[in-house]
Design a protein around this ligand. Structure first.
Ligand SMILES: C[S@@+](CC[C@H](N)C(=O)[O-])C[C@H]1O[C@@H](n2cnc3c(N)ncnc32)[C@H](O)[C@@H]1O
Length: 257
């Protein structure tokens, strides 16, 4: 992870009754407890509605993971194997029992759409903070009758995918590996939303994405798909077998030998 200055991050309970949960998270993430609203550069906040990540001293809304938001609901309701470019890039066919690994789970949106289309997804996220936010989002979605069967198909692990692929049992290699790394140049479109800037500040640029691609190519049985900004060059200058280009993103598809 690359930081100009390592941000100081604390855990803050917004209500007294949530202090025990804040203490649990503090121990689990090895981050200090904040006693005040503006202590540290960033805070993982424990609220009655769930977890959030906020930049202190600003009015930027905290980053939360909400699979029931209007935007995710719209995308879920309109997703089909034909109109979801992600599904086309992964080469998904109706009810095909493929083993898919989302190597860069992040906020879980892409995995959620794949799960909504009926596929089982194994999700890897290496940032412990993003992992707890995502776990919290999944747990809240489990309480919703429509989202519950979808998130049941999403299995989250806190792991570095580079190591995960190295250690995978040869009999359980994934068919498809999907990779959506952070890029330094992702500044205009993808980071236009201020809460996404908070995400970028915490995760940093995924400068080892090239290594991740190479490891994935050695591990996947059928294909590796990399999401890139529409006009950017190929990752590691490695030409894909083919690409699917959308309005802001491009999906480069590699077919391992
Ligand atoms: C751009 S975000 C992914 C967004 C995601 N596709 C979504 O739909 O929300 C990239 C995420 O991948 C994670 N990541 C990057 N490299 C990783 C690796 N080697 N192993 C596991 N997670 C990784 C980062 O921590 C970050 O949370």
């Amino acid at each position: 992870m690359n930081f100009m200055k390592t941000p100081q991050i604390g855990i803050y309970a917004t209500k007294d009754r949530l202090k025990a949960e804040a203490e649990r998270l503090s121990a689990c993430l090895n981050l200090p407890l904040a006693k005040q609203k503006n202590e540290y550069d960033y805070q993982v906040i424990v609220t009655p509605e769930g977890l959030g990540l906020r930049k202190t001293g600003t009015k930027i809304l905290p980053l939360t993971i909400d699979f029931l938001s209007g935007r995710m609901t719209y995308r879920r309701q309109h997703a089909s194997l034909r109109n979801e470019i992600l599904a086309r890039a992964l080469g998904l066919k109706k009810k095909s029992p493929v083993k898919i690994v989302d190597a860069t789970a992040g906020l879980g949106r892409d995995s959620f759409i794949l799960a909504a289309l009926g596929f089982e997804i194994e999700m890897l996220e290496r940032s412990p903070i993003v992992h707890v936010l995502l776990e919290d989002g999944l747990n809240r979605a489990k309480l919703d009758p429509v989202a519950a069967p979808i998130v049941e198909r999403m299995k989250l692990h806190q792991a570095n995918a580079i190591e995960w692929f190295q250690q995978v049992d040869p009999d359980h290699r994934p068919d498809i590996i999907y990779i959506d790394p952070m890029f330094p140049e992702r500044s205009k479109s993808a980071l236009a939303k201020k809460d996404m800037r908070i995400f970028h500040d915490i995760v940093g640029a995924d400068s080892d994405a090239e290594q991740l691609l190479n490891r994935a190519l050695a591990c996947a049985k059928l294909r590796v798909v990399i999401k890139r900004p529409r006009l950017s060059g190929f990752l590691a200058d490695l030409e894909p077998a083919f690409s699917h280009t959308g309005s802001s993103s491009r999906f480069d598809i590699y077919l391992p030998r």
